[in-house]
Design a protein around this ligand. Structure first.
Ligand SMILES: Nc1ncnc2c1ncn2[C@@H]1O[C@H](COP(=O)(O)OP(=O)(O)OP(=O)(O)O)[C@@H](O)[C@H]1O
Length: 353
């Protein structure tokens, strides 16, 4: 339903979004994820019609909305937006805020839409209140209801949960996902919070320096990062050096010969770096490699340990927290990795295999 085709955006001569392409299917919930300043908000603004393009096209339901020299007005796009600061009208009640985008409907239609949306966002009892009489979470629900009122083709959400405390943020983002799925509305969320993007999205676009690095499912972004930039940004983990073995799917490392789930395309003896996630490292009851606890972060059911290996390399291990290892204590570890990602040491910034 939405095609973003090689869009480029500039502020004066600075290219801040560089030939980005992706598409969103009907009912899909997507996120744009990446570090501060990578161009997420600029892409959202380009889709909404606030930012002109210097190259490429934005196409919604086969209609070209933006291209160089063409910018359909934001109000003509049937795209809803929810902002970080809610942007509610302070002098209007909750009901009238939601009603705002429905001016073309009869008052009977308006009343029925407002009633339905108040139920959907579970604010039926406080439709008469004003924004300053609501909590942050309630204000964000009103902002969502207001954006959904005109039945947009697409909803854009710009860091909508970032003013809320961690617990509410998590709960509300899942609630919003359920609402969007129930209404079958496609959405794009801008966030720099990986966990939020993972839990919220069907597809995630990872941006870095204005370029789209990977557009993929949360699972693939974590387990199949397409380059070193994605692997560094997403999730935890460490790289250890290795060398491609005699069989194309083997890599010999200081943790022994690791067997990957793919044939690597480099010749035998090529130096590579292997990505090991904290859940790829497990305790070994028989044998294994001796590692020393350097750091630990307790997180309830599990503890994330940073372990040093005899050569000085480091790995991270997520271990059940019922056994508490002390700093400097040694543990025996081995690997249990299903998705073994390696990058060539020569071309560290390019191509996974
Ligand atoms: N109005 C502007 N004029 C000039 N440069 C701008 C303007 N708005 C944004 N930029 C620059 O464009 C780049 C991309 O900004 P953008 O706001 O899209 O990033 P972002 O990924 O959304 O960042 P954040 O997560 O910090 O909000 C940044 O380098 C920013 O400084």
């Amino acid at each position: 339903m939405l095609q973003i085709h090689e869009i480029q955006c500039q502020y004066e001569s600075d290219i801040v979004v560089d030939k980005v392409s992706f598409h969103v299917n009907d009912g899909d919930i997507c996120s744009l994820l990446g570090p501060s300043g990578c161009g997420k908000t600029t892409i959202l603004r380009a889709i909404a019609g606030f930012q002109p393009l210097t190259h490429g096209q934005v196409i919604l339901r086969d209609q070209c909305l933006s291209q160089p020299g063409k910018l359909v007005d934001p109000e003509q796009r049937n795209i809803g937006m929810v902002f970080q600061d809610y942007a509610l009208f302070p002098h209007l009640s909750v009901k009238d805020n939601i009603r705002f985008g429905l001016r073309k409907q009869s008052s009977a239609q308006q009343n029925s839409t407002v009633k339905r949306l108040l139920e959907l966002v579970q604010l039926e009892d406080i439709g008469h209140r004003y924004p300053h009489e609501l909590s942050g979470g309630q204000q964000q629900r009103v902002a969502l209801a207001r954006a959904l009122a005109p039945s947009p083709d697409l909803l854009l959400l710009d860091e909508p949960f970032s003013n809320l405390d961690a617990e509410l943020r998590k709960r509300l983002s899942l609630e919003v996902r359920d609402i969007l799925k129930e209404l079958k509305i496609s959405a794009i969320l801008v966030t720099h919070d990986q966990q939020e993007a993972f839990a919220f999205s069907d597809q995630i676009g990872l941006l870095h320096g204005g370029q789209l690095q990977q557009w993929d499912t949360p699972f693939n972004l974590y387990h199949e990062p397409s380059n070193r930039t994605v692997a560094d940004f997403i999730g935890e983990g460490c790289f250890i050096p290795g060398v491609i073995g005699g069989e194309a799917n083997t890599i010999s490392t200081e943790l022994g010969t690791l067997i990957g789930n793919r044939a690597y395309h480099w010749p035998q003896g090529s130096p590579v770096e292997v990505l090991l996630r904290p859940d790829d490292i497990v305790l070994s009851e028989l044998g294994g490699i001796t590692a020393t606890v350097e750091k630990k972060v307790f997180s309830g059911s599990a503890t994330l340990y940073t372990l040093s290996l005899p050569t000085g390399s480091r790995v991270e291990a997520l271990l059940p927290s019922h056994r508490d290892y002390a700093i400097k204590e040694t543990v025996q570890i081995t690997t249990e990795a299903d998705h073994l990602i390696a990058f060539s040491r020569e071309e560290v910034l390019h191509g996974a295999a």
